[in-house]
Design a protein. Structure first.
Length: 146
């Protein structure tokens, strides 16, 4: 991992993590994290601008995340920055900068958590997860929403 492409953020989940599966059955959780800078001005602290960052979490960590955390939860994310570009069917060029997460954890600064060791999911559990995702709608291959 390149040291110049590593980042850590702490913020709140904007929505519940969205768990989906690739055509090969690999789990991916997409989430957005709101990060608000704290600024000291004239001896008082205030909120600065808020950035909304897209984070991708893969494989078993994605499944654990979707089972454990939800909208509003404070999280810590470490990972690598990645930029993707594409062209819409109308010919418009789009790009997004995302974090490919290495680790995601709950922040315990203002909350408590009880850690429970996860067991390996069976293929049947993964099939049920894909069925739940299909019921909610959406496919991993859907076009980007922006």
């Amino acid at each position: 991992m390149a040291a110049d492409n590593h980042t850590t953020i702490v913020g709140n989940l904007v929505d519940d993590p969205e768990l989906r599966f690739t055509n090969n059955g690999i789990a991916v959780a997409n989430l957005r994290v709101a990060v608000t800078q704290r600024i000291q001005q004239d001896g008082e602290w205030r909120d600065g601008d808020t950035s909304f960052l897209k984070v991708n979490v893969w494989r078993s960590q994605a499944e654990h995340l979707a089972d454990s955390l939800g909208k509003g939860d404070r999280v810590m994310v470490t990972g690598r920055l990645r930029q993707r570009s594409w062209e819409t069917p109308e010919g418009d060029k789009r790009s997004v900068t995302e974090i490919e997460a290495d680790k995601v954890g709950a922040s315990l600064k203002f909350a408590t958590a009880r850690v429970e060791r996860a067991t390996e999911r069976s293929q049947g559990d993964r099939t049920q997860g894909r069925e739940r995702q299909a019921e909610r709608g959406g496919d991993f291959n859907d076009p980007a929403p922006f």
